[in-house]
Design a protein around this ligand. Structure first.
Ligand code: SAH
Ligand code: SF4
Length: 356
């Protein structure tokens, strides 16, 4: 890594940008392909180690460019083996990325923004407000920093979910630029069917995504069974109401065997009754969809309580009886603040506790 402050980071540049750079340095176009493969497929971090590039080219690159990953400021390991990574970006902003190993695959939960502007009432990230959008390089940097810290070799089976901090559809250009590189077989080589974007329901951006043939999978945070309830939980429902959101979902093109995912955070006595489950069943009737029921991850600043397990099970049963596949998603890493909706940069300053 080159510590020079004026160096430009190569992480985040796509094929075309690397081709331009290589051309500027007077080198043959195939050098761009080599560099791209080294950066993203092989995940090489040291310019000097790119020995398949000739020495002059490496020297010319090192004079102006660097390969820089976000700094791991903290790694909080849960008793369930997942881990929350606190990452520091070049300007001092911080984001969080969650590492979740399963039996034969690893899922990384990525952030798309530092903080979030959407202001859902049950989410800790909302308490931060929006600090800023992340660049494509900072999104890729999360994958690079965590796979490096965990020594995950290139070619490993990874799933990516944009369910960390931020609303990915409010930073769609950078998120999609990163996804192109993630899904490219010469880049990270992670198939689009293993990449999911989760949205609070930014309808115009969903329509934009629908037109993109190279789109990842889509999850929608439903979280309520009627307009009034959803507006109370997610004020964005005033701008993008449930009825229109469901219309956009019905119009969303799906590939063979693909389903839309609806996420539903269960809040005790608020949105978890039998009547809620029946209404959700009605809203989703006939849709190619499944529901992920997420038991609420509580915290003292927020006014809700998690639903008891028997409610969660009853809710699930009412949906499955209506032919809507419903799964219970117990969040990983709750003990280290890594679970759904808990990301809020805990542990950033000394004195912050790492458990709620
Ligand atoms: N902004 C996007 C993606 C990040 S939030 C979105 O809202 O979809 C990812 C998921 O975490 C969402 O489905 C959200 O409803 C859920 N979530 C937020 N706060 C939560 C909490 N305290 N407990 C459980 N799930 C939560
Ligand atoms: Fe933002 Fe998603 Fe949290 Fe809502 S649930 S505040 S959209 S991160």
């Amino acid at each position: 890594m080159n510590a020079g402050i004026s160096s430009q980071n190569l992480v985040g540049l796509d094929r075309r940008e690397l081709e331009r750079l290589v051309q500027l340095l007077g080198k043959a176009p195939y050098r761009a392909r080599q560099l791209y493969h080294a950066l993203y497929y092989r995940r090489q971090e040291d310019l000097a180690a790119l020995t398949n590039l000739d020495r002059n080219f490496r020297a010319a690159l090192a004079a102006h460019y660097e390969i820089a990953y976000p700094d791991v400021q903290g790694e909080f390991i849960s008793k369930d083996n997942s881990a929350r990574f606190l990452l520091r970006l070049h300007d001092g902003a911080s984001v969080e990325t969650v590492y979740m190993p399963q039996e034969e695959r690893i899922t990384l939960c990525l952030s798309s923004q530092a903080g979030c502007a959407v202001d859902c009432r049950f989410c800790f990230t909302a308490l931060l407000g929006l600090q800023r959008n992340l660049s494509a390089g900072e999104i890729l940097g999360q994958v690079l920093a965590v796979t490096k810290a965990r020594a995950i070799p290139p070619g490993s089976r990874l799933n990516l979910v944009f369910m960390g901090m931020g609303e990915p559809l409010l930073n769609l250009t950078q998120v999609m630029k990163a996804i192109r590189i993630l899904a490219d077989p010469q880049g990270f080589g992670i198939p689009l069917r293993r990449i999911t974007i989760s949205t609070s329901g930014i309808i115009p951006r969903m329509r934009e995504l629908a037109r993109d043939p190279r789109r990842p999978k889509l999850a929608i945070s439903l979280n309520a069974s009627n307009e009034r309830q959803r507006t109370e939980l997610m004020p964005i429902n005033r701008k993008y109401p449930l009825s229109e959101l469901l219309r956009a979902c019905r119009a969303y093109p799906l590939r063979p065997r693909e389903l839309l995912t609806f996420e539903y955070v269960l809040l005790d006595g608020f949105n978890d009754t039998d009547a809620d489950a029946l209404r959700v069943g009605g809203l989703l009737r006939g849709m190619r969809a499944k529901v992920n029921l997420i038991p609420y991850n509580p915290g003292s600043e927020l006014p809700y309580r998690p639903s008891p397990l028997e409610r969660v099970l009853a809710f699930q049963q009412l949906l499955t009886e209506r032919n809507i596949p419903a799964y219970i998603r117990i969040s990983r890493g709750q003990d280290v603040g890594a679970a759904c909706g808990q990301l809020r940069l805990q542990g950033m300053r000394t004195g912050d506790s790492t458990t709620p």
